[in-house]
Design a protein around this ligand. Structure first.
Ligand code: ADP
Ligand code: MG
Length: 300
């Protein structure tokens, strides 16, 4: 594109809240045939909330809550915040007002899986099924049933193991953004297919994908794995845009032909992206590609 055309288009974009970082970004966007969406915070609202809790072993609800609160308070993960909030509320509703025992030894974050540590003499593990498998915590039929029932409802399960035994679990919901399905169908009408990548498990991810009309899902991927999936798609000969909020997905934003950061919130995202959707509006994925297509067709 000529410098003038780029200037006009980026100016138009800016007025719409779509920040296009230069001519390459603009030119690459018109070739996009596949859009890869991050799940958490991109297709979903990104504010998880606990909708149910269950005990599997003979620990008391209070003990279960205290141990979980202690471990998850040390985590920055939005799921951890939801779990802590719920456990504190539950504790209070059951008349517990005494001080929490919060000192955690050997605290460890397992990225994309959960956290672990020791409280007093007891080991605690909070996270997904993969974390339980990694630590050889046996999960019985009761646990499997709770997990699969909730995952099929698009919820993420947080399992808690105390001393190597499944003690209980929380089911967490993170609803889909109201406009998400429309954006996917809009893209389809433009000849563009949509894909999901997430660190979450396959069942939950698939349930969310079904809600928005995405039929290709890459689940249980870590940040570098997300970038690898982008590269795989590119090797198949398709030009790929990645849409993410920057949390866990900046390598993928960089790997994509066009990285689109949703939300002006995270600095990493703005840094890694080619296009920033300033209004945090998913529909602006369409706006950006549309603008690029119109600019490029006017030139040729
Ligand atoms: P996403 O790609 O969806 O942002 P992450 O890679 O951050 O997901 O995490 C993947 C999964 O790991 C979560 O869905 C959750 O099951 C589990 N997980 C990660 N951190 C925690 C935590 N602090 N507490 C409980 N579960 C966690
Ligand atoms: Mg995210």
């Amino acid at each position: 594109a000529t410098p003038t055309a780029v200037m006009v288009a980026t100016g138009k974009g800016a007025s719409l809240g779509v920040l296009i970082k230069g001519g390459n970004a603009l030119e690459n966007a018109h070739k996009v045939k596949t859009v890869v969406f991050d799940k958490t915070g991109t297709l979903t609202v990104g504010k998880p909330a606990v909708v149910s809790a269950v005990l599997f072993s003979d620990v008391s609800m209070e003990d279960f809550c205290d141990m979980t609160i202690a471990a998850e308070t040390n985590s920055e993960h939005p799921i951890a915040k939801a779990v802590v909030e719920h456990a504190k509320m539950f504790r209070q509703n059951n008349g517990s007002h005494n001080d929490l025992f919060t000192e955690v030894k050997d605290f460890k974050v397992h990225p994309g899986a959960g956290v672990s540590g020791k409280i007093g003499e007891r080991a605690i593990l909070v996270g997904n099924k993969r974390l339980m498998h990694l630590s050889s915590v046996p999960l019985g039929i009761e646990v499997d049933k709770y997990v699969s029932e909730n995952e099929n409802l698009a919820r993420t399960c947080v399992l808690v193991a105390i001393e190597g035994r499944a003690a209980g679990a929380f089911a967490v919901t993170d609803p889909v953004k109201p406009g998400a399905a429309l954006v996917i169908s809009h893209l389809r009408s433009m000849g563009i297919s949509s894909v999901m990548v997430t660190g979450d498990n396959l069942s939950t991810a698939t349930a969310i994908a079904n809600q928005v009309g995405i039929d290709k899902v890459f689940a249980e991927t870590d940040p570098l794995g997300k970038a690898d999936k982008i590269k795989e798609l590119q090797l198949q000969g398709t030009s790929v845009a990645m849409v993410g909020d920057g949390i866990n997905d900046s390598p993928a934003l960089v790997a994509a032909d066009v990285g689109m950061a949703i939300g002006a919130g995270t600095d990493v995202a703005i840094e890694a992206a080619d296009i920033v959707l300033m209004k945090s509006n998913l529909e602006d994925v369409v706006t950006a590609i549309d603008l690029s297509r119109k600019t490029m067709s006017r030139i040729r």
